[in-house]
Write a protein that binds this ligand. Structure first.
Ligand SMILES: [Zn+2]
Ligand SMILES: [Zn+2]
Length: 254
């Protein structure tokens, strides 16, 4: 038993507390594996504390007595499931060291529970690969690519608004260009979330611009044609052959 505890201590370090009162017991708070967003365990949604009382006859004759307590974010149903998983794990491994097994079993379950059960609100398909997911600061889940495209579109919109405001000399309280709202709850997305998004969408937009440049260079005819049609358009407008939308609107609204 001492050997097992030494190994556990070297794995879990300060997370594992060993009490050597009359009877040895250990306690450890287990968090889900989390994702890249969650370096800080305080921000993890789910955790549970496992306490194992170890009789002196463990592991040869008796199993430890395991209690799960002080959980956060787990439903009663999930707690029941964890408890019965622990029971069957103890039963299966009776006579051998089982603590590591139990702790990691719970951790993998917490990680599963943490996966969102609803669809990505942007593309409406289910999220089933942890690596594709991004969790926002407001605890909403999206596909990384979906959120990246959304953020790019919003960024462009805000930039346009900003330029417009400068042009019209509107008084601005602050630079709002990075105030991108979560698609669902409208909270401002934190810069750490945005930094984690793949940049592929930005590249595609740049590529499009590059293509446009290329077309311009390759065919001066296109430019000429554009100028000719523009002149034709002006001519027809002057003759009244084309309805001027701006003017019509002015008439309607005045
Ligand atoms: Zn999606
Ligand atoms: Zn949100």
């Amino acid at each position: 038993m001492d050997e097992e505890l030494t190994v556990l201590k070297s794995i879990y370090l300060d997370d594992l507390i060993i009490n050597n009162d009359q009877e040895t017991s250990i306690s450890i708070t287990i968090y889900s594996n989390g994702d890249e967003n969650d370096f800080d365990p305080d921000k993890r949604l789910l955790f549970i504390t496992l306490i194992a009382e170890l009789p002196s006859t463990y592991p040869d004759i008796d199993s430890p007595k395991i209690t799960l307590c002080r959980s956060r974010g787990l439903t009663d149903q999930q707690l029941d499931e964890l408890n019965s998983l622990i029971s069957s794990c103890l039963e299966l491994n009776s006579g051998s060291c089982v603590l590591y097994e139990c702790i990691e079993l719970i951790r993998s379950k917490l990680s599963l529970y943490e996966l969102p059960h609803e669809a990505c609100a942007i593309c409406l398909t289910l999220i089933n690969n942890r690596n594709d997911i991004i969790k926002t600061n407001c605890h909403h889940f999206y596909h990384k690519n979906c959120l990246a495209s959304y953020v790019q579109i919003k960024k462009n919109e805000l930039e346009e608004k900003y330029q417009e405001a400068i042009k019209c000399k509107f008084a601005m309280e602050k630079d709002f260009r990075n105030d991108i709202e979560d698609p669902v709850c409208r909270q401002i997305l934190s810069s750490t979330v945005i930094e984690q998004l793949p940049s592929s969408t930005i590249e595609t937009i740049n590529n499009k611009e590059e293509n446009r440049e290329l077309i311009k260079k390759l065919s001066p005819n296109i430019r000429q044609w554009q100028e000719r049609t523009h002149a034709l358009f002006q001519q027809q407008k002057e003759k009244g052959g084309i309805i001027n939308l701006d003017k019509t609107q002015e008439i309607i609204f005045s």
